[in-house]
Design a protein around this ligand. Structure first.
Ligand SMILES: [Zn+2]
Length: 142
């Protein structure tokens, strides 16, 4: 089930040959991180070269989609017409992802209630039939 949190007019990510596998997995509501095949270093956003060993070989590791708020900010200026303000941009430290953090949005939460270290989980937003964007909300029961 998908919910909507942002208006259609939000700027959309542009996939290229490096990031396309991430967005293809996202369209299936699977969150993946890029993993260096030789050394196992994980990275996000995707990049052509491993920063740890300089290898260009990599694959994709699906991760559970839970994490905690590493840092966040509240934005009081809209990026699209009809947008609820403020909206929250956050860096999420992902669980079981080799230390990878993802930049995303926090949804379904009062901005004054957000805390560093708050446990969060994925909330997929289908912006179009081909584009699902990973957002995060507080874990149920927290
Ligand atoms: Zn490597």
């Amino acid at each position: 089930m998908s919910e909507r949190f942002f208006p259609d007019g939000m700027p959309q990510p542009l996939a290229d040959s490096t990031t396309l596998p991430f967005w293809e997995a996202a369209a299936e509501h699977r969150l993946v991180v890029q993993r260096c095949t030789p050394c196992g270093h994980t990275r996000l956003p995707p990049a052509p070269v491993c920063p740890a060993c300089r290898s260009t070989e990599s694959d994709w590791q699906e991760v559970p989609g839970r994490g905690e708020v590493y840092t966040y900010t509240a934005v009081h200026r809209p990026m699209a017409a009809g947008q609820d303000l403020p909206f929250l941009i956050a860096v999420i430290a992902l669980e079981d992802a080799g230390g990878v953090r993802i930049i995303s949005n926090l949804v379904d939460v009062d901005p004054d209630a957000v805390e560093i270290g708050m446990p969060v989980e994925l909330a997929w937003e289908d912006m179009s039939p081909d584009l699902a964007v990973p957002r995060f909300r507080p874990c149920a029961g927290t």
